[in-house]
Design a protein around this ligand. Structure first.
Ligand code: PRX
Length: 696
């Protein structure tokens, strides 16, 4: 892999696409105004764009106000038009429960199947998936009809291995069509999928399998990335050893897809086969391609997805069949202005929520062609994305600022070689996009003619909650702009929980919360409802708390300014500092560790770990390497610290609490605004740490 800018980012990112709003169903124009000068200022872009969309913007305001005033009408009407129901929901029971009690239910009693909605109801001859593997010539095109047959066979294979409605199936796979198919096969039979990103280590996989009491694991023998083979099966083997050492009989079957399987494959097994392993391709080939979709209650769990928080173990966020499906479908349609025949490319990995909602569910529920990408933006060269857009006539492309910044560093030479005129919408997700990267994306990739949507949301929200809408609401570089339909954002004062009053300029600053439930809101954390309440609903009574701080300007544009908890965002990956710290203290040399985020040109944030060693251990390049390795093996390579600082002690209060705030300031070079250090047990340590960091 050529990496001229000398940076390796954890690249889950590819691209994506869209849909059209329910509501009034007005025709959406996707084109932004033509802004001729490459030097156009953000302000000019905004005003030109705003002028062209003003009437739509008024419509947005009207629909948004209605959706907030009467959410049951708004979502109830949409649920009827956007989804097919086996048993209709009761019009009196569209929304039950509230954010105070934490018992939100949407459409409960209504029955539907998410897989049926995503596949069976569409034209069988339309293209459902275009897959492009690590090598640009590794392409597969799969129609909706073929998807129904294959997913049905996989459903029967899962059933044959004892998977029943409500069982959790862990999926640890590369970005190949079989990953999406396995997710949908679970949905078809009412099993709950738990996809674990294939960059996580064996330990991390094992802890997720154990936490979900999962009896069946689905994997593939290997993945391919940037010309390298990733031996996933060995990682699964190690994970299964760990699982067995805790609960010997938990996992009954490990179903293994083979990358090089052909219909006429020989019986030779291309990996070390263990007792519980089943050759998935052969098992599936033996099944009938028919499996009736299981009628599921709207509130039945569709999937769980583990995500990081500020403390302890990752949380298994629970999403439901009805509410999540509707929210995924509606946001894909609106945000990306989807139209029939669109080729929607979200280049995220299905191991993260973006892959769930925008590679699989949102796009397929809308019947468009979804693009799945296995490789990286710079393999075989930095023109990969642009080449794919030209070859597949991609209409919507969805990636993360980290990839945009990386490609921007390469300059425009590769871009100039390709015809990107198929593009209608460019999307950004995962972290704030800095105006410089926004401008490059808009002006150079989109030729100032394609709307850039900056989509703000979270694993827990199921889909976008704040974003501009193509042709409807104005763009604003660096801002995710306005709340989505049905989302009632408020800015709260973290000191007292009150709604912040605008300052003399009409701006407000505080933490971002949401005042009323929407269908895509996560309902609970698997097996730990009290944690769900504590993290999201109790901090500010009656609100869903996002964990992000925000500034909102006088026009109502939202600017996300960062997490207020101990979560950092590296290349769009959400990482709990506690997870990295727990890994570091497992090394025998480490007495204590504190991890903070550090600004990074490409990744947004990098990981900086401060470690205090036990007596008898000394700093050495070898030890630093071992510590990095420890994090890789305990959590995953994408969490490897960028910088490890060995400190004689950490800045602690007299009661023993590490003051990460001070470490954060030091790594950000803000040593002149350290604030009060008098509560530290040893204030002199601050200067020692500053000197150490400056010497690195
Ligand atoms: O801090 C926000 C940031 O990513 C967090 C959610 O991470 P995760 O659950 O992994 O989901 C990532 C994909 C949606 C948020 O709390 N974030 C996400 N999108 C944006 C963002 N920050 C600013 N602007 C965004 N567009």
């Amino acid at each position: 892999m050529k990496l001229r800018v000398g940076v390796i980012i954890s690249l889950q990112w590819l691209v994506s696409t869209t849909i059209v709003t329910g509501g009034e169903g007005f025709a959406l124009s996707t084109s932004s105004p033509v802004v001729t000068s490459r030097q156009t200022t953000s302000h000019e872009i905004e005003s030109v764009y705003a002028a062209k969309t003003i009437s739509s913007f008024d419509k947005y305001k009207k629909i948004h106000a209605e959706s907030i005033k009467d959410p049951e009408k708004y979502w109830g009407d949409l649920a009827k038009t956007e989804l097919d129901w086996i048993t209709p929901f009761d019009d009196d029971k569209i929304l039950q429960g509230d954010l105070i009690k934490g018992d939100v239910r949407w459409f409960a009693g209504g029955k539907l199947n998410a897989c049926y909605n995503a596949l069976d109801r569409h034209n069988p001859d339309d293209l459902a998936v275009i897959f492009e593997g690590d090598e640009p010539d590794d392409i597969r095109k799969i129609t909706y009809g073929e998807m129904v047959d294959k997913v049905s066979s996989i459903s029967n294979a899962l059933k044959a291995k004892g998977v029943k409605k409500g069982d959790v199936v862990t999926i640890y796979m590369p970005m190949i069509p079989e990953l999406a198919m396995t997710m949908l096969a679970c949905a078809r039979i009412g099993a709950v999928h738990s996809v674990v990103f294939a960059g996580f280590s064996a330990e991390a996989l094992a802890s997720r399998v154990l936490a979900a009491s999962c009896e069946v694991v689905v994997t593939a023998d290997h993945g391919l990335r940037g010309g390298r083979k990733l031996d996933l099966k060995s990682i699964v083997n190690s994970a299964m050893d760990i699982v067995e050492s805790t609960n010997k009989d938990l996992v009954k079957n490990v179903l293994v897809w083979e990358r090089d399987y052909k219909d006429d494959s020989t019986e030779e097994v291309p990996y070390e086969m263990k007792e519980k392993d089943v050759r998935m391709d052969f098992l599936v080939a033996d099944q009938r391609p028919f499996c009736a979709p299981e009628p599921m209650d709207a509130e039945d769990t569709l999937f769980i997805l583990y995500t990081s928080g500020s403390t302890g173990q990752p949380k298994g966020v629970v999403h439901t069949t009805g509410g999540y499906s509707l929210y995924a479908a509606q946001t894909t349609k609106n945000t990306f202005d989807l139209a029939p025949g669109d080729v929607f490319a979200c280049v995220a990995d299905c191991g993260w929520i973006t892959g769930h909602t925008y590679v699989v569910y949102g796009s397929l529920l809308n019947g468009c062609t979804t693009f799945m990408f296995e490789s990286t933006p710079v393999y075989p060269d930095e023109g990969r994305y642009w080449d794919m857009i030209e070859r597949h006539k991609i209409t919507q492309f969805y990636t993360a600022p980290t990839a945009i910044r990386l490609l921007m560093k390469y300059g425009n030479k590769a871009l100039a070689k390709y015809d990107l005129s198929s593009l209608k919408v460019l999307g950004s997700v995962g972290e704030p996009i800095n105006p410089e990267a926004w401008r490059w994306y808009y002006e150079e990739v989109g030729k100032s003619e394609v709307t850039v949507v900056d989509t703000y949301w979270q694993t827990e929200t199921g889909g976008h909650i704040v974003t501009n809408l193509p042709g409807i609401t104005p763009m604003k570089p660096g801002s995710c702009t306005y709340p989505c339909y049905g989302i009632d954002t408020v800015v709260l004062d973290p000191t007292n929980g009150n709604i912040v009053e605008p300052d003399e300029n009409g701006c407000v600053e505080g933490v971002l919360a949401i005042r009323q439930p929407w269908p895509g809101i996560a309902r609970t954390c698997l097996g730990d409802h009290s944690r769900y309440l504590t993290v999201y609903l109790k901090p500010y009574k009656g609100y869903y708390f996002t964990g992000d701080s925000v500034r909102r300007d006088a026009e109502g544009n939202h600017f996300i300014t960062g997490r207020v908890d101990d979560v950092i965002n590296v290349s769009g990956h959400r990482i709990g500092t506690a997870e990295v710290e727990s890994a570091l203290v497992l090394h025998p040399a480490v007495a204590q560790a504190a991890v903070v985020g550090k600004p990074h040109d490409i990744k947004g944030q990098g990981i900086c770990a401060f470690c205090m060693l036990k007596n008898g251990y000394e700093e050495s390049p070898e030890l630093i390497q071992e510590l990095r390795l420890k994090v890789r093996t305990e959590v995953g390579a994408f969490c490897t610290p960028d910088m490890i600082v060995i400190a004689p002690t950490l800045p602690m209060t007299r009661s023993g609490k590490i003051m990460r705030r001070i470490l954060r300031k030091i790594v950000c070079g803000e040593t002149d605004t350290l604030g009060d250090t008098s509560t530290l047990a040893d204030p002199a340590i601050v200067d020692t740490i500053i000197e150490k960091v400056e010497s690195l």
